[in-house]
Design a protein around this ligand. Sequence first.
Ligand code: NAI
Length: 424
Amino acid sequence: MTEPITDQLGSGELLDSGQRKLEWARQHMPIMAALREDFAAEQPFAGERIGMAMHVEAKTAILTELLAIGGAEVAITGCNPLSTHDDVSVALDAIDGVTSYARRGVDDDEYYEAIEAVIAHEPTITIDDGGDLVFAIHEDYPELIDGIIGGCEETTTGVHRLRAMDADGALEYPMFAVNDTPMKRLFDNIHGTGESSLSNIAMTTNLSWAGKTVVVAGFGHCGKGVARKASGQNGDVVVTEVEPRRALEAHMEGYDVKPMAEAAAEGNVFITTTGNRDVIRGEHFEAMDDGVLLANAGHFDVEIDLDALSDLAVDTYETRDGVQAYELADGRRLNVLAQGRLVNLASPISMGHPVEVMDQSFGVQAVGARELVENGEAYEPGVHDLPDELDREVAEIKLAAEGVEFDDLTETQAEYMDSWQHGT
Ligand code: NAI
């Protein structure tokens, strides 16, 4: 059984460095600060055990700390073998009421053993990013389901997975689709993924965007952000899509839209954001230029078909920290970042989304968890939208913290908006 991280790595310098990262994040997360005050006073999670599988970096630590301050006993592990910051994990483990099992660079067995260690705490609430924790509970520990009030899911791929479970009648407790709220998706997926993916690729490679042809696969929320930021950095953006309205939207936004088979021959940098698999595959690698960069920003490491690339390669080596070169028989080198895992979270120097963005996403997570303890019995097993007033609550906290004032509807306006009698 996996030991808590401090038993594996000790504390010392890691603790100090982790605590400094937490303090920096804490200073820039006003929503977490406001909720911390409320939760400390109200203790909404007293007696609850919260199990989490998330990217264990500084912002996640502030959410975890908040839940513990609100009275929960929290056990946490990573949701990706490469995204954990060990120092943050150690600092988390030192917080009262928190046990962290997350460690960077674990293999598949260790990854799932750490999830089992979290499950051994018998959570009453689960918070997931990608669905691995919920899935493991349903698959291997169904006897715990009766004791679980519900859970929250952070990302698009996790929500897809849950909806598929729900459609099969296999999801046995209520889950909030935190990803689908405006306060999460319109900021985190679009701006967060755009900013953090591009900055990580630039820092990892020390290369410029200017003059590059940047192929963005998928023009969903993440793809829109990546395309917009790449364009803002003077890259020429090409979009690939499989959904006609999204393709049209990209076209109307002024991007070049074409099939990957054509884009492959033109791109200098490829960024996948589809939540799908084999988006860049053998036939595409065959067409690519020497020196291209291949990065994935979607949840799982299946968007770039690395098995096919390995089959084509005559040699492979780490050409730079976080960059693996695959050399083809004719000498072309195709460079894969972060082993094809989330480039903004799994690169050696990556830090995930900007702090301010995660303050919003985690604000939604926190009020979602609070809703489960307050009104959990109102939700049947299945995937649920978070009540809109909770999302608005988080937006209002943020606007107040930013000193932004906005209008209220007048009574006449509110009545007008609700009426159907007024016509021409
Ligand atoms: P979305 O559903 O809004 O967009 C995905 C788009 O990809 C859709 O327009 C879809 O038509 C398109 N697509 C699917 N298969 C394709 C293919 N073969 N070729 C081209 N386009 C294809 O989803 P969203 O919110 O943009 O999320 C995308 C992925 O990114 C998910 O896996 C999600 O979990 C992950 N994600 C990653 C984040 C990060 O920090 N890197 C943050 C948030 C989400």
